[in-house]
Design a protein around this ligand. Structure first.
Ligand SMILES: Cc1cc2nc3c(=O)[nH]c(=O)nc-3n(C[C@H](O)[C@H](O)[C@H](O)COP(=O)(O)OP(=O)(O)OC[C@H]3O[C@@H](n4cnc5c(N)ncnc54)[C@H](O)[C@@H]3O)c2cc1C
Length: 334
């Protein structure tokens, strides 16, 4: 691509499963629109599935100029090989310049396979996207254990591909007056047979699906001391109608499910109030909480980096503070 060449199309893969909780596709559409304004490109959502008209409409309302749809009963459930094969065929036929996919469990499985097949680069888990003066996408991703943010470009290969962490960008409010082009494509009949057979699927009842959007988050670290004590923190979160998050040692110790992980390897959050209990404040964790508006940290070590980052730093035993808060909240609720 030369300096004056214009990008033509930015694709956002539409992961509509769990639409009301998982907003990453909408966040990517929003950033796609901003990138497109810098380059004159159009923004296109790609949707595979069955009876997906509702989501097609949502993507147009949230900024897509065009939606490519393959709607077929065979695509009702996500099938990795089939979805990858379809996407590769579409890319080969239509040559998009940029493809953005959410860095969810699904995206982390889907995107690298496409990049490998297209022999192009992929920046995983990006926390920023921009366009440089040469019209090339700059993909900002944590590197070296999160200690540096690397700016990565894909100067020669196409498409330029990135997975982006949920919560990195803000979705544009919907506008149901918007119109866009809907291109319905047939399911090709020459797709290789799926080698993985889906035996059964059921909707997850897990919590943590709204943590990225939560207004109040209670986050606990190794300083909580034990699984039993960590459960108290979950009780505190429930009393405040807050979501509960955790650091990596807590996940590794199996005190809570891995979906609660906040940090470079987990989720980004941006609550109005964040309570941080027994957390030292390693960069791999704090990188994901930098958009929290107000932080209250409890740590027995006043020099812990988390305390320097907090708006209110309480030097105390985390369990004692947690227990006192539970007692006080229960007293007020009664
Ligand atoms: C590639 C890579 C990716 C990573 N990704 C992540 C990630 O996504 N998320 C993440 O969290 N980490 C991640 N980590 C790990 C990270 O570097 C830290 O090790 C981790 O965040 C530390 O968790 P912690 O604060 O709970 O534990 P610690 O660092 O052990 O801190 C415990 C804190 O609790 C305090 N404390 C102890 N007892 C009490 C008490 N009774 N009352 C009050 N305070 C007390 C201590 O003073 C200390 O500050 C990653 C590391 C690497 C290398």
């Amino acid at each position: 691509m030369t300096m004056n060449e214009q990008l033509t199309e930015i694709w956002v893969f539409g992961d509509y499963r769990n639409y009301f909780q998982n907003r990453v596709t909408l966040q990517l559409l929003s950033r796609g629109v901003e990138l497109a304004q810098k380059t004159g490109a159009t923004v296109c959502a790609v949707v595979f599935g069955h009876e997906v008209d509702e989501w097609v409409g949502e993507y147009i309302a949230h900024g897509a100029d065009r939606v490519l749809v393959i709607d077929h009963p065979e695509l009702k459930q996500y099938k990795m090989e089939t979805y990858v094969n379809l996407m590769v065929q579409l890319i080969e036929d239509l040559n998009p310049d940029i493809i953005l996919i959410g860095a969810t469990n699904f995206g982390r499985e889907f995107a690298p396979r496409i990049a490998k097949r297209m022999q192009t680069g992929l920046s995983a888990d990006c926390v920023g996207l921009d366009i440089n003066e040469d019209g090339i996408m700059v993909q900002t991703a944590p590197s070296f254990g999160g200690n540096v943010l690397a700016e990565i470009i894909t100067p020669e290969c196409r498409p330029q591909m990135a997975t982006i962490r949920p919560g990195t960008f803000q979705e544009i409010p919907h506008n149901y007056e918007r119109t866009g082009e809907v291109v319905k494509l047939e399911l090709p009949d020459n797709l290789p047979e799926e080698r993985v057979k889906l035996v059964q699927s059921e909707r997850s009842t897990q919590r943590f699906q709204r943590i990225e959007e939560a207004k109040v988050v209670v986050c606990g670290g190794r300083g909580m001391g034990s699984k039993k004590k960590f459960r108290k923190l979950a009780e505190l979160a429930a009393l405040m109608n807050a979501e509960i998050g955790a650091t990596r040692p807590v996940i590794y110790a199996n005190w809570i499910e891995s979906e609660a992980l906040i940090g470079q390897a987990g989720k980004n959050i941006k609550p109005k109030v964040l309570f941080s209990f027994g957390i030292s404040g390693a960069i791999q964790h704090t990188a994901a909480i930098k958009n929290a508006e107000f932080i209250i940290a409890v740590n027995k070590n006043p020099k812990a980096p988390m305390m320097a980052m907090a708006d209110i730093a309480i030097v105390a035993d985390a369990n004692q503070v947690c227990t006192a808060m539970i007692k006080e909240l229960k007293r007020r609720i009664r």
